[in-house]
Design a protein around this ligand. Structure first.
Ligand code: NAD
Ligand code: GLY
Length: 362
């Protein structure tokens, strides 16, 4: 264990704990024994993660008296779909998963989102536990209860809010993560620093090399700070009626860049890095976000090997239109998250023409 205190995400009868640790996967059984209703668990994972961590998790669960069946979902975003969801449901039925049973999502955000939605919908809703193994999933997707799958028409269009019963993030699992995935996850970490925590931002500036070298104690501290920050936001605004939308900082343009490059050129976190620098420049132009802080942000993202500029070849008018199709649109304007200072955000509604002008100016 890293000795970090558990984070409690308080939502009345749906409250849960988040444990961030080092080499703590083997504790999952003892963590769950006191809190789960029944003894049957279905472990949902993918063919990359299963050989790395499946046995450790299964042994811990059986050691704590649980019976465990397993469902493997192919790795990758293209499998986060209704076809796979149906297959998971059928396998859960074959394994006689009951109302008192629990699903465990062991993997990245794809497994977490799909498993969370399978749990939200199977037998009208059963418990789910998140065991995230990517940095993005540890700091973001495993916390807060957004679950779902993609349609051909767009990402995450079918889903439900379904909070987990427990989250266990073992930063030891990040050692096997491809470095590009790690860096993409770091973009979301930088996001928390920029929107919520000057202290975290400074820690990232001071410890960038240690983070890239996977110093476990520093990673655990960073993941813990991000998880605590996300928990605070979700406690205040579970259903994204207001505050939670600040987590979309950098995402409005990021999604458009991902879509215009057909989801093949950039990982999500890389597109978010580009989006954050754009949002910071926009904030400098409109809300007095200090230019030196824009430079600090861009320099930090660059040190983490992340892209910071919009590809030249993306036509700015097309990009502005792609931003406009984002689901965070309000009437004919798009809601951007801006920053007034590191750690302080505000929302801004922009028309397509204003977005295009800003894209040309930055
Ligand atoms: P991912 O789940 O596709 O994982 C990336 C790759 O890493 C996969 O091939 C996976 O098999 C592999 N992998 C996972 N853990 C590993 C490990 N420890 N070692 C080696 N390989 C490992 O990608 P992701 O970035 O974790 O998640 C992206 C998904 O998360 C998207 O579908 C996105 O929509 C979703 N998301 C959801 C929320 C939310 O609030 N629910 C928030 C952000 C993102
Ligand atoms: N990833 C954004 C949210 O959970 O709201």
């Amino acid at each position: 264990m890293s000795g970090l205190p558990r984070i409690t995400l308080e939502l009345r009868d749906r409250s849960y704990d988040i444990e961030v640790g080092v080499e703590s996967l083997g504790r999952i059984g003892e963590c769950l024994a006191p809190i789960l209703k029944g003894k049957k668990i279905a472990l949902i994972t993918d063919p990359v993660v299963e050989p790395l961590y499946g046995a450790r998790v299964r042994e811990s669960l059986t050691g704590a008296g649980f019976s465990v069946s397993q469902v493997i979902v192919p790795a990758g975003e293209k499998h986060k779909n209704l076809g796979e969801l149906e297959r998971v449901h059928e396998e859960l039925a074959s394994a006689r998963i009951e109302r008192s049973s629990t699903l465990i999502a062991l993997g990245g955000g794809v497994i977490g989102d799909l498993t969370g939605f399978a749990a939200a919908s199977f037998l009208r809703g059963i418990d789910v536990v998140q065991v995230p193994t990517t940095l993005l999933a540890q700091v973001d997707s495993s916390i807060g209860g957004k679950t779902g799958v993609n349609l051909r028409a767009g990402k995450n269009l079918v889903g439900a809010f379904h909070q987990p019963r427990f989250v266990l993030a073992d930063v030891g699992t990040l050692a096997s993560l491809p470095v590009r995935e790690l860096r993409a996850g770091i973009a979301e970490v930088v996001k928390y620093g920029v929107i919520l925590s000057p202290k975290l931002f400074e820690l990232l500036e001071n410890e960038a090399e240690s983070i890239l070298n996977l110093d476990r104690d520093i990673l655990a501290d960073v993941v813990h700070q991000c998880a605590a920050a996300k928990a605070r936001v979700v406690m205040e605004d579970e259903r994204e009626g207001g505050l939670r939308a600040i987590l979309n900082f950098g995402h409005t343009l990021g999604h458009a860049v991902e879509a215009m490059t057909e989801y093949s050129r950039f990982l999500h976190g890389e597109a978010v890095a580009i989006g954050m620098v754009f949002a910071a420049r926009l904030s400098a132009a409109r809300h007095g976000f200090p230019a030196p802080d824009v430079a600090r942000m861009a320099a930090l993202l660059k040190r983490f090997g992340l892209p910071i500029t919009i590809p030249e070849e993306l036509d700015r008018a097309d990009l502005a239109r792609a931003v406009e199709t984002d689901k965070k649109r309000q009437s004919d304007r798009v809601k951007f998250v801006c920053v007034e200072a590191i750690g302080r955000t505000r929302f801004e509604l922009l028309s397509t023409n204003e977005i295009e002008d800003s894209l040309r100016a930055t």
